[in-house]
Design a protein around this ligand. Structure first.
Ligand SMILES: *Cc1c(COP(=O)(O)O)cnc(C)c1O
Length: 821
């Protein structure tokens, strides 16, 4: 179905402006950062709590975007070649447009809601159905008020089935989604009991979700959740609905599902149409069994051949939807995405890839696409258009189908018939200094490519979840008054997380400033393409050349360093940005209040220096005991800063607060705040229980398991002692990795297969022994050193230090892996 911009006024309420030239709308986007310069794309400007899409129209117009939906008054004169549609509300308009598209979809639409498992059920179902039919599923977990319409936009006439996921967080939202999704069949996965802010009660939450199936003809759900059953039976037009309410518990139920554990999975016995069907599923855990039962009942309902179902079921695996980024060999950086590779799935990977600025050269390794239902030349022509807009230096295609790309793609392209022949070619080390996106369908076994290209260090990894960084960043930002800027401290390897990856992500999240401790840290950021302004807190005179060369801004904190820098820059014509640090009581670095006169004098003589900011640092912002002192510091800061600002005649940014300061002193935000540890989910104030997410997980592996006889000793200095016969595990982490030696002798505990194992004996340089007498475990099993539990704060407390030290001590030899959804 083609939708012209000019026809929007027939579909939506609102008015069209300009239209010097009409355009066919092929794609819709709402995040200005994902713009693909193309006059077939439509940007919907949405005003959210902190973001306003309207602010990006200027930038998007200059990039070549020509179609906009807006809901505010706007000066259109500056954009003569663009078309605007002014709606009453942009989100409503986006939904209505998607609803229009939905109406012309003639396939069967299955929609999924529930507290957990939506995405897994969607993906598994997709995989099971696609062995027979052409099926579309909404990308990743696009299930919100804007995610659902963006999903529906990709419905197409050639798809037999569409599977759309829908989630809500407050009252009234499902009604809106129902109106546009209009599912034929519903799956209600389950209901969590967690307290939900958005709903008055669990019953009401169940009812709200059930609204999605108001007009559905068939609904599959698990009767073992009584609130779901009740909610569904409260829907209108019950007599027109078919309920497939199955149960693991109630043997009087028509759909009593029995399971029996087998060696390599579980047998599932499902009654359907007066017959029993037994399937074998390759997993044993409850959640997976619940999810797959929903899928199986749907397939039985749709009459898919039992044999086909069983065959595909054997290949069902846990889902990995995360994009993983890590260092590769020969100075490369890998982005590994094993999620679906249909065209829509590819889009999200390409967007993430485009955000990575660390290397100039870009390579994509891609297998045949699995888009079902499209003719291969149409499919590869579309792929070619998509790739052409991405500035890719080399595309490597693997498979028999992707050869078709040669007909359309004009950039550099190399095709291999299979993964093995590509690996053979790779032996010549063809890639250097490049970003590489690896995206293949599962049957192409791209894991072997990742393994080959990856930089190998050892079994200990620090996993960093970028989405959780965004969550924490937004949490702190939501506490800021309008227009207060955010500087993020990425000193000390971004608190141990590795700085340029974090900085790149923060730049994409539009933070305003970065700060590092030393010039060389700033240089690394610039060498990896970071363009944000960067403040350097300890600018040694020997580093001035670097500051200059890499456009880094020094903090000047004393008369002597000021004079050094002033001398160095004396003959500069262009103004150079500096930051002035005032000492208001921390007594670390900074001009004291009695030096303000000297400072003014220095500024007067050095007009080549432009003060970008004036700041100070609170000595005890996390402790209520010192609130009086903090207030004194703030007053003294304001007084001195005002005096300097008056003298300067222009207004630099003033800033005072670090993370705990942001939590505790909203009145002292001034123009900017300096976020540090809070970004990683550590809250020194204890005020935000449950609101921050811990960002990193430190993992290692068991190298060996030993049975130790009563009376034997373990490790150096024979400090570990077996009071009885015990079992120990030797794990691959020691104090050289940052696992402090103070964790020796039971002070530290790690988690293995869900249970805590205390350190036994002394921590060694590269290894540690832990007591696993009560834990079922083997060599090769995963060990969690910290994550949600134990968390970094628990660990710090155990050895009487602070979380900052635990994080920043993780040594560089520990490999960092980044995840994003
Ligand atoms: C490190 C640092 C911060 C950040 O502190 P957190 O407690 O980690 O938020 C802020 N300001 C200065 C001057 C710093 O050195």
């Amino acid at each position: 179905m083609k939708i012209e911009f000019s026809s929007l006024s027939n579909i939506l309420n609102g008015d069209t402006y300009q239209l010097r030239k009409d355009h066919t709308i092929e794609n819709i986007f709402i995040d200005s950062r994902n713009a693909i310069a193309n006059n077939k794309n439509l940007f919907v400007a949405i005003k959210g709590e902190r973001h306003d899409g309207h602010h990006f129209i200027d930038e998007l117009y200059s990039k070549g975007i020509r179609n906009f939906i807006i809901d505010q008054d706007f000066n259109l004169r500056n954009y003569p070649d663009a078309n605007f549609f002014k709606a009453h509300n942009s989100v409503d308009a986006l939904q209505a447009l998607a609803g229009h598209k939905r109406k012309s979809f003639n396939g069967l639409l299955i929609s999924i809601t529930g507290s957990n498992g939506k995405t897994i059920v969607k993906e598994w179902l997709g995989k099971l159905i696609e062995s027979v039919y052409s099926v579309y599923r909404s990308p990743r977990s696009f299930n919100s008020q804007v995610g659902v319409p963006l999903s529906l936009w990709h419905l197409n006439h050639y798809q037999d089935y569409a599977i759309i996921e829908a989630g809500i967080s407050k009252m009234g939202e499902m009604e809106k989604l129902e109106a546009i999704v209009k599912p034929n069949i519903g799956i209600y996965t389950n209901l969590g009991t967690a307290h939900d802010e958005g709903f008055p009660s669990l019953e009401e939450k169940a009812n709200q979700k059930a609204q999605l199936f108001k007009d559905a003809s068939t609904i599959i759900f698990c009767k073992d959740f009584p609130e779901i059953s009740n909610a569904l039976h409260n829907l209108p037009k019950l007599e027109e609905k078919e309920f497939i309410g199955w149960s693991f518990e109630d043997n009087t139920s028509n759909y009593f599902v029995e399971t029996e554990e087998r060696e390599n999975g579980t047998a599932i016995r499902i009654p359907y149409n007066e017959q029993f069907h037994i399937f074998h599923a390759p997993f044993k855990d409850y959640a997976s069994l619940e999810n797959i039962t929903h899928c199986l009942l749907l397939l039985l309902h749709q009459g898919l051949p039992i044999k086909v179902i069983q065959n595909t079921l054997n290949d069902i695996r846990p889902l990995n939807m995360r994009l993983e980024t890590k260092k590769g060999k020969n100075n490369t950086y890998l982005v590994d995405d094993s999620y679906n590779n249909d065209l829509v799935g590819l889009d999200t990977a390409l967007q993430f890839f485009a955000q990575q600025k660390q290397y100039q050269k870009r390579i994509i390794i891609l297998s045949d696409l699995l888009e079902t239902g499209l003719r291969s030349d149409v499919l590869y022509q579309q792929l070619s258009e998509r790739l052409a807009s991405e500035n890719i230096d080399l595309v490597i295609g693997i498979g028999k189908e992707i050869l078709t790309l040669e007909k359309f793609y004009e950039g550099k392209l190399k095709i291999f018939p299979d993964t093995v022949s590509f690996l053979e070619y790779e032996k010549g080390n063809p890639f250097q200094e490049a970003l590489i996106l690896i995206k293949g369908a599962r049957k192409f076994n791209f894991e072997s490519i990742v393994q080959r290209l990856e930089q190998k260090i050892h079994g200990t990894v620090l996993e960093i979840d970028l989405n959780k960084i965004t969550h924490n960043l937004n949490f702190y930002r939501s506490r800021l008054k309008p227009n207060v800027k955010t500087m993020v401290m990425v000193k000390a390897f971004a608190y141990g997380s590795s700085s340029h990856e974090i900085a790149n992500w923060l730049e994409f999240q539009n933070v305003d400033y970065l700060a590092v401790a030393y010039a060389d840290e700033g240089v690394v950021l610039r060498q990896h393409g970071i363009q944000l302004p960067i403040m350097v807190m300890n600018p040694d005179p020997r580093s001035f050349d670097l500051l200059h060369q890499y456009n880094l801004e020094p903090e000047l904190y004393s008369e002597s360093i000021f004079k050094d820098y002033a001398n160095y820059t004396r003959n500069q014509n262009n103004p150079l940005k500096i930051h002035l640090k005032l000492d208001t009581g921390m007594h670390r670095l900074g001009f004291e209040s009695n030096e303000i006169l000297i400072l003014k004098d220095l500024l007067k003589q050095n007009t080549q220096l432009k003060v970008a900011s004036i700041f100070s640092h609170l000595a005890a912002s996390d402790e209520a005991l010192h609130n009086g002192f903090s207030a004194q510091q703030a007053m003294s800061f304001k007084k001195s800063a005002d005096e300097i600002v008056d003298f300067l005649g222009y207004k630099p940014l003033l800033h005072l607060l670090n993370s705990p300061g942001i939590s505790r002193f909203p009145d002292y935000q001034f123009d900017m705040v300096r976020l540090g540890i809070g970004l990683y989910g550590v809250d020194p104030t204890g005020l935000h229980a449950g609101q921050l997410k811990s960002v990193s997980i430190l993992k290692t592996v068991i190298s060996q398991v030993k049975h130790i006889k009563k009376g034997e000793t373990i490790g150096y200095a024979r400090k570990g002692f077996a009071n009885e016969d015990i079992k120990t595990a030797t794990i691959s982490i020691g104090y050289a990795d940052g696992f402090n030696r103070k964790f020796s002798q039971g002070v530290g505990k790690v988690k293995i297969n869900g249970k805590l194992a205390p350190v036994i004996g002394n921590v060694c340089m590269d290894m540690t022994m832990v007591d696993v007498s009560d834990i079922d475990c083997n060599a090769g099993d995963e060990v969690i050193v910290f994550g949600d539990d134990p968390n970094i704060s628990d660990m710090a407390r155990a050895i009487e230090t602070i979380p900052y030290e635990i994080l920043t001590n993780i040594s560089e030899r520990v490999k960092r892996v980044f995840y994003a959804e």
